[in-house]
Design a protein around this ligand. Structure first.
Ligand code: AMP
Ligand code: MN
Ligand code: MN
Ligand code: MN
Length: 283
């Protein structure tokens, strides 16, 4: 049996392990097929693929695209994308520009609430081109404004809190266009996290499929057992391929481990059994 982990982050976005260290960790954890899926960037892939040379690990180039859908932020994974695809890279560059604008905005809003220097502070935790809320969280924890990253989000960075800025990300159609144009498979990441009503989830999946999406992340490091079973049923009902990924961000989050995932529930069609799955990647 092959061990798949199709959702992970490196320092190219908001993970804490460099791509090469992530690859090493995946090998040590017994992962056979790893997708590197940094937020809105493919920058980590080159270093990760160098690190994979000579190892018994299949590395899948991926990306986790931030999407705005009905005033919400939804994450869509592009698996097995061509990391050199021009339109994809240009699309991601637009999202990175929005991130930079948003970061300045977050910095100003926090300053008004008596927290100076947050933009520069967050930037010190950034190791790649992506500046995200996690970097702000690391800064606020380091400065003693909160005890944990989770607490920072709750108190400062989510809707209704002082450092919250509404996302203006890609549309579902744009994200799916980029992913498909780059030869990738589109998967809705951690679907239970959005707390959608049944009918909204149905609408999202309808639009996602219409735009060419094929997969649902049934097994996720952020899904409970019940959520996994629910999403398994949803994937069967809507004939979506089932994906699995830890959403690993680094060893600091001790409750999520690379490759350590719940079993794929029975009756789902794993995405690696799809015809479009890259032939070299496991099975
Ligand atoms: P961003 O894409 O910059 O808006 O940041 C989203 C990232 O923040 C997610 O991918 C998680 O890594 C992290 N994040 C979001 N919510 C939380 C939370 N409640 N606790 C810890 N990390 C979170
Ligand atoms: Mn993240
Ligand atoms: Mn996500
Ligand atoms: Mn993720």
């Amino acid at each position: 049996m092959c061990c798949y982990d199709l959702h992970s982050h490196s320092t190219a976005s908001d993970g804490t392990l460099a791509p090469a260290a992530l690859v090493e960790k995946a090998c040590a954890a017994g992962v056979n097929v790893l997708a590197l899926t940094d937020h809105d960037t493919l920058d980590g892939f080159a270093a990760a693929s160098v690190a994979v040379a000579g190892r018994d690990l299949c590395l899948i180039p991926g990306v986790e695209i931030s999407v705005s859908w009905r005033a919400m932020t939804i994450h869509v994974l592009g698996l097995s994308v061509d990391p050199g695809n021009r339109e994809l890279l240009e699309g991601l560059r637009g999202l990175q520009e929005f991130r930079d604008w948003r970061a300045r905005e977050i910095g100003e809003r926090l300053a008004k609430k008596g927290i100076p220097g947050a933009l520069e502070g967050a930037d010190r935790f950034r190791k790649g081109s992506i500046l995200g809320r996690t970097h702000f969280a690391h800064f606020l924890v380091a400065e003693g404004y909160a005890a944990s990253v989770g607490e920072v989000f709750k108190r400062f960075l989510v809707k209704g809190k002082p450092g919250y800025v509404r996302g203006e990300w890609a549309s579902l159609e744009q994200a799916l266009g980029w992913i498909r144009g780059a030869g990738g498979l589109a998967v809705i990441a951690h679907p239970a996290r959005y707390r959608l009503t049944r009918s909204k989830l149905r609408d999202l999946i309808g639009e996602f499929r219409e735009a060419g999406g094929v997969g649902l992340e049934v097994v996720s490091g952020s899904h409970s057992r019940d959520q996994t079973l629910h999403m398994a049923a949803v994937s069967r009902e809507h004939r979506l391929l089932a994906s699995c990924g830890s959403d690993y961000h680094g060893p600091e989050n001790t409750w999520v481990e690379l490759g350590r995932l719940r079993e794929m529930p029975a009756g789902c069609t794993p995405i690696w059994e799809a015809d479009a799955w890259p032939a070299t990647a496991g099975t």
